[in-house]
Design a binder for this molecule. Structure first.
Ligand SMILES: [Zn+2]
Length: 315
């Protein structure tokens, strides 16, 4: 019987390739994660770097390097010899939201336009969360707290960008978790306290009531409802990803993200950031960070909820 390359116990059905050796799934995943950490600092230096994470193709673990216009003279060093897989992928560039998409919905719930009333911005409400027994909406930092924001700025659904006005104000910005310089960002999110006279519901437009939270995993089928592209479906093709996102003010690096590939159409476009990503049982897996025409980068939900001391409103 063949032995696992990490724990050296016998392999049965639970056998996955990494490099030239076979591993149990969890042993292979842990080994791939170590290789990825060793390779990531090198990958940053490549001009074409978009993302580096772990993928699984036909029971083989691969370090998946997403790069933009990869050039042959950007040589791959020996650090990368183990199961490297290159995917050509456009850079992930933050763009203004797509043209106005009005969808005013009450009670306030996930899946629709929201924005800070003082800026021409629009993103998607992920969902309603509870913090210290009060209701908040959770969304993208870029929709609720764009550059030069102030805490207590009011937010509206629809966003003013999408045709909302003072009658559509639903609350005010109360806390942020925005990216900073350096390589340790894990989210770009904010929450806004919902005014008491505005109703809320623990559901997503067109998807319905949400389940619990769940962990992302390779190959998982997912869905989302967002302001720009409505309800779409995709599959998780990469986890533990370190990703470069180009903001108007410069690049930010995010770690511990996961990547969703499009199925029939784009999984997400500009204006969908903030939308919750769910598994087939409507459990919430993550919140959309950013997307290119090919891939969507998603922040796992549990660290986001933890950061705000929040839990999901589920009905
Ligand atoms: Zn093992």
């Amino acid at each position: 019987m063949e032995k696992c390359g990490l724990c050296e116990r016998e392999l049965g059905e639970d056998s996955y390739l990494l490099g030239n050796e076979h591993y149990h799934f969890t042993c292979g995943y842990d080994t791939a994660r170590e290789l990825k950490e060793a390779a990531v600092n090198y990958a940053f230096k490549m001009n074409s770097f978009v993302a580096l994470g772990i993928s699984l193709v036909n029971r083989e673990f691969l370090l998946n390097l997403f790069s933009n216009n990869f050039r042959e003279n950007e040589t791959i060093t020996s650090e990368f010899n183990m199961g490297l897989w290159r995917t050509n992928s456009p850079s992930i560039i933050i763009m203004p939201p797509e043209s106005p998409k009005p969808t005013k919905i009450r009670p306030v719930q996930g899946g629709v336009s929201v924005g800070n009333v003082n800026f021409p911005v629009a993103g998607t409400i992920g969902g309603v969360v509870i913090i210290d027994n009060e209701f908040y909406i959770l969304s993208s930092g870029r929709a609720l707290a764009p550059e030069n924001f102030e805490l207590r700025d009011e937010v509206s659904q629809d966003a003013y960008f999408d045709g909302g006005n003072e009658k559509d104000v639903i609350g005010f910005l109360s806390s942020t978790a925005l990216p900073v310089k350096g390589n340790s960002n894990t989210m770009d999110c904010a929450v806004a306290l919902v005014y008491e006279d505005v109703g809320v519901a623990g559901r997503i437009v067109r998807i319905g009531n949400i389940g619990n939270t769940a962990e992302p995993s390779l190959g998982m089928k997912v869905m989302k409802r967002g302001r720009t592209t409505d309800t779409t479906y995709g599959v998780i093709i990469c986890t533990d990803a370190t990703v470069s996102v180009i903001y108007p003010g410069g690049e930010h690096i995010f770690r511990d993200q996961f990547i969703v590939a499009r199925e029939k159409s784009n999984f997400a476009l500009s204006g969908d950031e903030g939308a919750f990503v769910m598994d087939e049982n409507k459990n919430v897996i993550g919140i959309i960070l950013a997307s290119s025409s090919d891939i969507t980068v998603v922040s796992p939900i549990d660290p986001v909820l933890e950061r705000f001391g929040a839990r999901l409103l589920r009905r």
